[in-house]
Design a protein. Structure first.
Length: 143
């Protein structure tokens, strides 16, 4: 295993919790309220991490481009959070909605990587993406 893979799998675990707890919360509050609570908690966690780095004396190199791109990522995740709450508020099971949302995001991000960043895929990686497409189609058929 490469050094990035355990961290990526831990990230996947965190994203699973993110989607699972949104599903549960969507049954108990309006999507906008859920999204704001989620974002406030996430901002608090990020601020605590940033403060820790600062107190350790780590340099924090900032650039306008980096801040702008992070802002666009924040806009994207904020909209994704609200829409995920709305999807689950409509009664979509977590076992269907989460794979469609996450699988769809994987396909779109991979497509942007290929087209915009000019990345490449091996044949087996392309096959994996086709399996994601098939999985989304099968999951969406029943709902």
């Amino acid at each position: 295993m490469s050094n990035w893979l355990p961290l990526a799998l831990l990230t996947a675990l965190c994203l699973a919790g993110y989607n699972f707890f949104i599903k549960l919360a969507a049954e108990h509050l309006p999507p906008a309220v859920g999204a704001v609570v989620l974002q406030v908690v996430a901002a608090g966690l990020g601020a605590a991490w940033l403060l820790r780095l600062k107190l350790q004396g780590q340099p924090l190199a900032l650039s306008g481009k980096g801040l702008g791109l992070a802002g666009l990522a924040g806009l994207s995740v904020g909209l994704a959070e609200i829409l995920t709450f709305v999807v689950f508020k409509r009664g979509v099971p977590a076992s269907v909605g989460t794979p469609v949302i996450v699988g769809g995001s994987v396909l779109l991000a991979a497509s942007l990587g290929l087209v915009v960043l000019r990345e490449s895929l091996s044949l087996s990686q392309a096959g994996g993406l086709l399996l994601v497409v098939a999985g989304i189609a099968l999951l969406a058929r029943g709902h």
